[in-house]
Design a protein. Structure first.
Ligand SMILES: Nc1ncnc2c1ncn2[C@@H]1O[C@H](COP(=O)(O)OP(=O)(O)OP(=O)(O)O)[C@@H](O)[C@H]1O
Length: 244
């Protein structure tokens, strides 16, 4: 069953055509990695999925809602589609535990005891139970990102979008975050779209790789095949320029 479906989607920033005739289907439970040169539209594409960027052409169906329809309630989509950003975006003036409990309380109206139990379980999953009462600023970048992922999971989403989740981290923190993402991809029926430059993660975890250039999808290829021999010359060049 398809969880996300782009149908001839176009997106403009003013006159600039940032996404061109995007056609893409992601099934429930799939893990898809988006790669491509800087400025190719990867962030823009995933930001359209939870409505952070509006589209101007085509249809984008997420969890059965059409984002091109202005009657669609974005809150319904954001409830089921979480997003993890490069710079974590935790609530700076709330404790780690409160960061996890806020949205389930406000949006899902979750019972307080259940909310806390759920949050503590997630802190255990990300290995940070001892940080529950700390403020985010007292944690390392890698720890903050694991909290941000736990916060997304607290909403029990159907899909998670990751926009370069390890790009702002010191090298020694990157693997903790990638391992957590890998366990989410493996443990659950979560649908995951990940923009990343971490080719090791893509190789190991992705079902498919999407290669973008200049606002277009040039390749949508099963992972092993992509890394063995990408079809497009641009993708071959891209891979030969980066370590993988
Ligand atoms: N808010 C905006 N207003 C105008 N142009 C924008 C805006 N956001 C992005 N762009 C432009 O759209 C294009 C695609 O940007 P986007 O951030 O989606 O690329 P990307 O592939 O994610 O790049 P990177 O790997 O560098 O993050 C770029 O040319 C960028 O300058």
């Amino acid at each position: 069953m398809s969880m996300i479906e782009f149908n001839h989607v176009g997106k403009y920033y003013g006159d600039f055509h940032a996404l061109k005739d995007i056609n893409l289907e992601v099934d429930a439970g799939e893990t898809v990695v988006l790669i491509g040169p800087s400025g190719s539209g990867k962030s823009t594409l995933i930001r359209t999925i939870n409505g952070l960027e509006p589209i101007q052409e085509g249809h984008l169906i997420v969890n059965d809602y059409d984002l091109a329809d202005n009657k669609t309630d974005m809150n319904k989509i954001r409830k089921d589609v979480g997003m993890v950003f490069q710079h974590f975006n935790l609530y700076a003036n709330k404790t780690v535990l409160e960061n996890l409990m806020l949205a389930p309380r406000k949006v899902l109206k979750m019972d307080e005891a259940e909310n806390k139990e759920n949050a503590m379980k997630l802190l255990e999953k990300v290995g940070l139970v001892d940080k529950a009462e700390k403020m985010p600023s007292s944690l390392s970048g890698g720890q903050q990102q694991r909290i941000a992922i736990a916060r997304s999971l607290a909403m029990k989403p159907k899909a998670l979008l990751f926009d370069e989740p390890t790009s702002a981290l010191d090298p020694e923190m990157i693997n903790d975050v990638l391992n957590l993402m890998k366990s989410i991809a493996e443990d659950s029926d979560m649908t995951m779209l990940v923009v990343t430059h971490e080719m090791g993660f893509a190789k190991e975890v992705a079902d498919r790789v999407i290669f973008m250039a200049e606002g277009e999808i040039l390749e949508d290829t099963p992972t092993a095949q992509f890394f063995e021999k990408p079809k497009e010359k641009r993708a071959q060049q891209f891979l030969s320029q980066i370590k993988h």
